[in-house]
Write a protein that binds this ligand. Sequence first.
Ligand SMILES: [Zn+2]
Ligand SMILES: [Zn+2]
Ligand SMILES: [Zn+2]
Ligand SMILES: [Zn+2]
Length: 201
Amino acid sequence: MKGALAAMERSDYQTANSIFRNLIDSGQPLPEEMPYYFSETLFHLGQFDNSQNFVNKYLELTGFNGQNYEYAVRLKEKLKEPLAQIIACELCDRRGYRYAPCPLCDGNKQVEQACAYCKANGVVGCSRCGASGMLKKLNIFNIVEFFECERCTGKGRLSCSSCGGSGKEVSACKNCEGSGKTASADLCSHAEHTHPDPTKK
Ligand SMILES: [Zn+2]
Ligand SMILES: [Zn+2]
Ligand SMILES: [Zn+2]
Ligand SMILES: [Zn+2]
């Protein structure tokens, strides 16, 4: 953990972050003060939601006795504003990562796929006549007579009711659960566009 603290000392939070993550991944018992230092690092990296998780964990584990208790309480205060901004912003998820259009549905929320009911054929066999197009009936002389099935007008097949005969169905995109957007790896600025406006000076 010394290496991480030294990195924090020189404001190299990226390095501190990767040292902390290696420490967590190593599966070894973590130093008691580590969650606090990690949460402070995450705060500086703009990962506010994660920072809050670790500072809460720290306070939960050490209570009032942690060496960094006061700092932890102060960090929680400092987190309030950026976390409120994230909640108020519609351009990012609750961790503060900017949304991008879903790559699978291209932001359309829905995707077109083969109709599951007719297996993309657009037609299904008529159930009334068993797809034969004919119905059998016994007449009063007990003789079998054949009639054209009126449901499918003798064709034995019907246009698929599920897809209306197109063979395709449109359903909510599973990748983005129909929201049309997925979180990117970029932290959100909470502003529409950050491109400088060339018409302004
Ligand atoms: Zn999608
Ligand atoms: Zn029929
Ligand atoms: Zn269909
Ligand atoms: Zn945002």
